[in-house]
Design a protein around this ligand. Structure first.
Ligand SMILES: [Zn+2]
Length: 490
């Protein structure tokens, strides 16, 4: 009797303890009751519509234009993985660049409603150039209050993750890669001696971005490409595809039809891989995802040759998506699926110095802004950059950026909040302690281009003060820290 009494008291205490656990421990509590001993791996996916209202400015080009039409819907595509102990969420949204504030707001909502800890959520934009921005005026300043679309985007991301959690089911996971060298070109070139290469600061560059197709003054590409298409594939125990995430180092494709919203080739790839896998109209729906690798200096244009034809709007992106999806589909047939793998996540804040103009650069910027409107410019973007130089001068001295990595079995998935040069992704892949690794850029924030120290020395658009906003050594610091974060994922 006394024994029973103690047991009841213990049970009451247990109920009390469980009922007062904060929302943040749901993840662990679920694991304790359902997971570890049975070692059941579960996965779910969902695509949440994030198409903005017409009228918001599309920001992919130099002059933002209000959106007048939707060519195809924009989505936040979400995958949730659960090894019985750890639950991870990965979100790729059709956006040109996600601000830290929107990513953080989405993570807070996901924590509150789905119990997944913010460190276990990775959020990235695809960098489609046919979308609106969710960023404020100065990306180095934290915004206190989110705008209407920023709020909507964060909410819809959180909804997508909650839906993916609702769709969790026993699953298998596998990874691998395909090679597609034909669709990626380094867009920075050395020019023949004597070719004028002015920059907006009154000087000359050694490397030129997008120098004109078939330009006879091109000497050679100033950097490499990465032909790898990394693949993460998730299927139900009966073989039904749940989701496929690909990662390719290609900036975007275009061309679009003016100020029209579109997910670019990232969206077409998702549709095409769905068709190839025979995964149309499944229940729950299959989610095909293309994430942006390290493509800061990469695009889809072969600058060494004159164009063989003029591509109509959306034509080229369909062709590229088809080539990439076919290669992925072929490689997919050789992927080894695992019934269970261990999941882990880690992140680190890295403080970077904001790049500041020198006294001479400041004086030059003020001189440019004082020039009469009709004066002949030294460089056609000199006024834009003069303003950016002044903005950097007035910006905070440092910025804290978040580096993050997921481990899915022997696969590493890294996240960097910049438009990352391809050399950086190649280095992380080569030096990672894991069997396979890839980098998602435009992730957990958005702070402009990230060239390597060597590429900084060549100059060119991506290195210009204003396009690039952080210290010249940022890339090597980021690679060092990311490799340490990867190594910590045991
Ligand atoms: Zn871009």
């Amino acid at each position: 009797m006394r024994h029973l009494h103690i047991t009841i008291r213990f049970l009451l205490l247990w109920v009390l303890v469980v009922s007062v656990l904060p929302a943040g421990t749901t993840e662990g509590a679920a694991a304790d009751t359902e997971g570890n001993s049975a070692r059941v791996f579960r996965a779910g996916a969902a695509a949440s519509n994030v198409t903005p209202p017409l009228g918001l400015p599309i920001v992919g080009g130099w002059a933002p234009m209000p959106a007048t039409h939707v060519h195809d819907e924009l989505y936040a595509k979400c995958i949730v993985l659960d090894d019985g102990h750890t639950r991870l969420a990965l979100v790729i949204a059709d956006n040109i660049g996600m601000s830290r504030e929107v990513c953080d707001a989405a993570k807070r909502m996901i924590h509150e409603h789905a119990g997944i800890r913010p460190e276990h959520v990775m959020t990235a934009g695809t960098h489609t150039h046919s979308s609106v921005s969710d960023r404020g005026v100065n990306r180095l300043m934290r915004e206190e209050k989110l705008g209407d679309y920023q709020t909507l985007l964060a909410m819809r991301i959180a909804d997508g993750v909650r839906r993916a959690v609702n769709n969790l089911e026993p699953a298998q996971v596998g990874w691998g890669s395909a090679s597609v060298p034909t669709e990626v070109f380094n867009r920075r070139y050395y020019m023949k001696p004597g070719t004028p290469t002015p920059n907006p600061f009154g000087g000359e560059d050694r490397a030129v971005m997008n120098p004109g197709r078939g330009n006879p003054n091109i000497l050679k590409a100033a950097g490499p490409t990465d032909p790898e298409v990394a693949i993460l594939s998730i299927r139900a125990d009966d073989g039904r595809p749940i989701a496929l995430l690909a990662n390719y180092s290609l900036h975007y494709v275009g061309p679009a039809a003016g100020p029209v919203l579109s997910a670019d080739y990232f969206g077409v790839f998702g549709d095409r891989i769905q068709q190839l896998l025979g995964a149309d109209r499944l229940d729950p729906p299959f989610v095909g995802i293309m994430s942006n690798g390290t493509s800061g200096d990469i695009n889809n244009i072969n600058w060494l040759k004159r164009p063989e034809k003029r591509w109509g709007p959306y034509e080229k992106m369909r062709q590229v998506a088809d080539v990439v999806a076919r290669a992925v589909h072929q490689a997919h047939q050789k992927i080894e699926f695992h019934d269970w793998v261990k999941l882990a996540a880690a992140q680190e804040e890295l403080k970077l110095a904001v790049r500041k103009p020198t006294d001479e650069q400041l004086a030059y910027a003020r001189k440019i802004l004082a020039k009469p409107e009709d004066a002949k410019p030294y460089h056609r973007r000199e006024k834009v950059y003069a303003q950016r130089v002044l903005q950097l001068h007035d910006s905070p001295d440092e910025v804290s950026v978040m580096l993050q990595a997921f481990r899915i079995g022997d696969l590493g998935v890294c996240a960097i909040p910049f438009e990352v040069f391809v050399e950086i992704g190649l280095q992380v892949k080569a030096e990672s302690p894991l069997g396979q690794t890839f980098v998602i850029s435009h992730a957990n924030g958005s702070y402009g281009y990230l060239p390597t120290v060597e590429q900084h020395a060549l100059g060119g658009y991506e290195t210009w003060l204003g396009t690039n906003k952080v210290e010249i050594e940022a890339a090597s610091k980021i690679v060092d820290r990311l490799l340490a974060v990867l190594a910590s994922l045991q």
